[in-house]
Ligand binder design. Structure first.
Ligand code: DUT
Ligand code: MG
Length: 242
């Protein structure tokens, strides 16, 4: 069967409600199942806004966002949530156990599925280190765990749902470089059939992506692989050197 999860943005323009100027202009790209698309750009460039359009946190002003050829505006909310898992830039953990938090998107997941997701997200050791294990309490907002643990639990939660599309918005920034690399390697093995879209700050996080979009002031100014962009994109070179 054909792999599912092809994401296409067609000439998308977006304005926040009440704002004058668009935050995104003429955004066009395709992200394919089995591939990793990365988005990089300075703070305020519009990366979070861009990835929020697929799960329809906002709707576009003009253009289309399509999932397997169907505009997301024509899809059921429940279909989008079952097929697209977004790990937000500020992960939200709620008051409850680790298990409750992990089962959020898939209440009927088995314990094996939870542990498998934790292992991929490099969070298994953290959960095992207390005898309460999956029943360990998480405070509202995850304030009793570190920022890096919040990110990893949030990534594990996304993995549990086994979606067609993963959106990682700056999800690796609180991890040290070695953990970041281990996690992405494990992730790659587990998400082989899915479409992976990664927003990153660090070039090392996305250097192996199939395609990188360089976003500046709401526009895609350059695109290509890491090696291509090193040759062709002054904006990318600036990010590499920063
Ligand atoms: N913006 C709004 N309203 C919002 C969110 C953002 O007006 O609710 C503006 C702020 C900024 C632009 O949209 O000028 C893009 O913001 P976004 O959060 O998409 O930028 P980013 O690329 O994700 O920045 P960062 O790297 O800091 O996460
Ligand atoms: Mg952002």
């Amino acid at each position: 069967a054909e792999k599912k999860g092809r994401v296409e943005f067609r000439d998308v323009t977006f304005k926040y409600p009440g704002a004058e100027a668009p935050v995104l202009s003429n955004i066009s790209f395709t992200a394919e199942p089995g591939k990793t698309l990365a988005i990089i750009g300075s703070t305020g460039a519009g990366k979070t806004t861009l990835v929020s359009l697929l799960p329809r946190l906002y709707d576009v002003a003009s253009g289309d966002v399509l999932l397997d050829g169907v505009p997301v505006t024509k899809m059921d909310a429940s279909e989008i949530t079952s097929r697209v898992s977004a790990v937000p830039q500020k992960p939200y953990l709620f008051s409850g156990t680790i298990e409750h938090n992990l089962r959020f998107g898939k209440p009927d997941a088995t314990d094996d599925e939870l542990w498998d997701a934790l292992e991929t997200a490099q969070a298994k050791g953290f959960v095992e280190e207390k005898s309460s294990g999956l029943n360990r309490r998480i405070a509202q907002g995850g304030t009793n765990v570190s920022g890096g643990q919040r990110q990893r639990l949030s990534i594990a939660r996304a993995l549990v749902t086994k979606p067609n599309v993963y959106l990682f918005d700056d999800s690796f920034s609180a991890l040290d470089v070695a953990t970041d690399a281990r996690l992405r390697k494990a992730l790659k093995a587990k998400t082989r059939d899915a479409t992976v879209i990664i927003v990153a700050q660090r070039v090392s996080t996305i250097a192996d992506a199939d395609e990188i979009l360089v976003l500046d002031n709401g526009r895609i100014v350059d695109r290509g692989t890491h090696d291509e962009l090193l040759e062709t994109s002054p904006t990318y070179q600036e990010i590499v050197e920063s």
